[in-house]
Design a protein around this ligand. Structure first.
Ligand code: CP3
Length: 355
């Protein structure tokens, strides 16, 4: 079994497997070279190109997992959504009424992004490295669909949830069913694990998250349980939601950089933890990067840990710093790195009083 799947099975592996969110993309010169000839959306929709971009970070760094080069918006055109990238998603007709939600289709599994399935088959045939499939969580997709694009605080979206909750639930229901079909397609095509990106879950109060977010994520994960593939969940800025997130039927939770893994470990019994270096640490001088990465590795002791960033690689990152990070994580022997630091970390985390 691969190191990545071993850790996701809950094993306290001797080395932390490593991959990075947004490990493919504009910080890599080989990606920018393709970007001169093709638009982002062209690359996403052309299986050869999507497979090539997926493999670029594997070739350069030998990551322990690949993530399919697609976007959380990929399944939406099949629902009847018109969208562009500039560079973030822009929805030409935002969904702002019950009628607009009712007009969206729930496509059949084989209608949803067949090019993504083809890209998965190409990657699976070319490498033994496990491939991660993904989808946007329903609440995060709804944020873009209702707001019409990215936003600092998604005020229109939050107002919509409060003023038109029934329309919101109708939309979330369709996004959930489409997402389940899309993820099933990816599993059949050959991905070994699936991650739900709930990038904007942290915008909401716990009660709103429990009403509009959690049930749809739970339904998605439950629908995929029979595949046996590990299920990962990512939310950002969501430490106020950890009680709710701990209830999810998933194997792993990706933690952003704000909270030490050693603290989250106690809040998520039974979950594998993924994370959680600040993406900005990759912009720091090497000695600072090294000490920050070692701190994360230390805080990840005491249970299964998949090393990652707290969110995606920043565009201005030097690939040489990513290589330095890979070397640090590879060189860290978790079993030799001592019970001493493990105990120290968890005591700090619990704020334990001296006995
Ligand atoms: O390497 C990987 O992680 C796989 C590819 C991937 C992309 N988007 C490619 C991409 C993944 C997993 C995503 C997920 C995604 N897309 C999320 C969830 C993760 C997160 O960051 O919170 C969200 C919110 C989106 C929506 C989206 N797509 C935004 C906000 C943007 C613009 C911001 C930016 O970074 O430019 C995109 C465009 C996008 N998706 C790019 C890439 C490589 C940049 C396109 C380009 O090359 O111009």
């Amino acid at each position: 079994m691969s190191l990545f799947l071993d850790a996701l099975a809950g094993h306290d592996t001797a080395r932390a497997p490593l991959w990075l969110m947004r490990q493919a993309g504009r910080y890599l010169p080989e990606y920018r070279a393709l970007k001169e000839r093709y638009s982002f959306w062209e690359m996403v929709r052309t299986p050869d190109l999507a497979a090539e971009v997926t493999m670029q970070p594997l070739r350069r760094f030998g990551m322990d997992a690949a993530i399919l080069f697609q976007d959380i918006m990929t399944p939406l055109p099949a629902m009847g959504v018109d969208l562009e990238f500039a560079p973030g998603p822009v929805i030409s007709r935002p969904v702002r009424s019950a009628a607009a939600a009712a007009a969206l289709r729930v496509p059949e599994q084989e209608e949803i992004a067949p090019f993504a399935g083809e890209a998965i088959r190409l990657v699976a045939a070319a490498t033994a490295t496990p491939l991660i499939g993904f989808a946007g969580a329903p609440l995060t997709l709804a944020s873009y669909l209702i707001e019409g694009g990215g936003s600092k605080d998604f005020a229109t979206f939050r107002a919509f949830l409060q003023t038109q909750p029934e329309a919101a639930h109708a939309l979330l229901d369709k996004l959930t069913e489409t997402g389940i079909r899309y993820l099933r397609m990816q599993l059949e095509a050959g991905v070994s694990a699936v991650q739900l990106f709930d990038s904007w879950a942290g915008l909401h109060h716990e009660l709103a998250f429990r009403e509009f977010g959690l049930p749809y994520v739970r339904r998605t994960f439950e629908a995929l349980a029979d595949s046996g593939a590990p299920r990962l969940y990512l939310a950002v800025g969501a430490s106020h939601l950890y009680d709710a997130i701990a209830e999810l039927p998933c194997e792993a939770v990706s933690v952003d950089w704000r909270t030490p893994l050693s603290v989250v470990r106690h809040l998520m019994p039974g979950k594998v933890l993924q994370g959680n270096l600040d993406p900005a640490a990759l912009l720091a001088p090497r000695d600072r990067l090294a000490s920050d990465a070692r701190r994360v590795l230390d805080e990840g002791l005491g249970g299964a840990h998949v090393f990652n960033l707290g969110h995606g690689v920043m565009q201005q990152t030097d690939p040489g710093n990513v290589q330095a990070l890979v070397d640090i994580v590879r060189g860290f022997d978790r079993h030799a790195s001592g019970v001493g630091s493990k105990v120290g970390v968890s005591e700090r985390a619990l704020g334990a009083a001296p006995s």
